[in-house]
Every structure is written in C-alpha cells, then in structure tokens.
Design a binder for this molecule. Sequence first.
Ligand code: ATP
Ligand code: MG
Length: 150
Amino acid sequence: MREWTREKRLRTRSENGTVALGEMMTELLVAPKLVVLRGELGMGKTTLVRGMAAALGADAAEVASPTFTLVHEYKGRKTRLIHLDLYRLENESELETVGLWEIADAPDALVMVEWGDKFASVMERADAEVSMTEGEVENERLLLVQWRDR
Ligand SMILES: Nc1ncnc2c1ncn2[C@@H]1O[C@H](COP(=O)(O)OP(=O)(O)OP(=O)(O)O)[C@@H](O)[C@H]1O
Ligand SMILES: [Mg+2]
C-alpha cells in the first residue's frame, strides 16, 4: 500500500460535534473516493457519515448503521454517498457480491466503508482513511484523516 502523504487531526466532544465534523469533511473528501472509516464499535463512524449526508444534500435522517443491509446509498445534489459496513462480512470474495469495485469506479461516488480495514484489497484501493479513537474526556473523539495527493 502506498503511504498517505497528507493528514489532518480533528477533535470532537459530542455526537453533534461529530455530525459537524462530518459536514466539514465533505470539503476534504470529494468524490470520486473510497474512504476507509476505522474505529471501535460505537466510536461514531455512522454519526460522521450522517453529517456528510447532510452536507451533500441527502436525507441525513435515513443514515443508520448499515450492519444488516451491507450497502446504503444516499443521493446528494451532486454526489452519491455510498455507505458500507463490512463488520459482518467474513471473506474477501464476498466483496464481489457487494459490488464494491463497480461502485468505487463511479465518478460521482463518495464511498465510506466502515470496517474496511478488515480487508487488504479494500485498504489497497482506498484513497483516504479516517480513524476515530476515544479521547480522554467522556464523549471525546479524536479523528485522524489521512489521504494522499494524486
Ligand atoms: N463524540 C461523539 N461522536 C459520536 N458519537 C458519540 C460521541 N459521544 C458519544 N457518542 C455516542 O456513541 C455512539 C456512536 O454510534 P455510531 O453508530 O455512530 O458508532 P459506529 O462507530 O458507527 O459504531 P459501529 O461500529 O457499531 O457501527 C452513539 O450512540 C452516540 O450517541
Ligand atoms: Mg456504524
């Protein structure tokens, strides 16, 4: 995997704060892109995507954890926000079934993949990565956004 060349660190102390960072993040992460969203259960990955949907003009209320439906698509004004959760996916070959590679080729697709770091082929293809970890204070989350110049 090629190295990331750029990074930005962000911090939030509430769920709403994470939504706001998600809104902001659509200026940093512009389609077409495949973005891996890392972080433990309940870190706020889905919350971040909710903010992104709002900023792109999609219906943010629709954004829920896609754990049972592997793929969700939220139609923004110009961008299709594709949200995947691979937590329950067991092997790499199932990614073909999901159609991830076709989706990721679309010029208007901003693909956010929760638990994408489980699979080497996803990391290989990723254009950026967002890692969420717990801060020192309750509800605090530290975000590390990494990407590379094309
Ligand atoms: N700063 C914060 N940002 C986001 N969520 C927070 C924050 N502080 C507390 N929370 C709580 O943590 C939970 C985050 O849930 P969310 O579904 O976004 O996490 P997730 O990382 O997608 O989890 P999963 O891996 O299970 O999909 C929510 O219940 C939210 O209220
Ligand atoms: Mg989630």
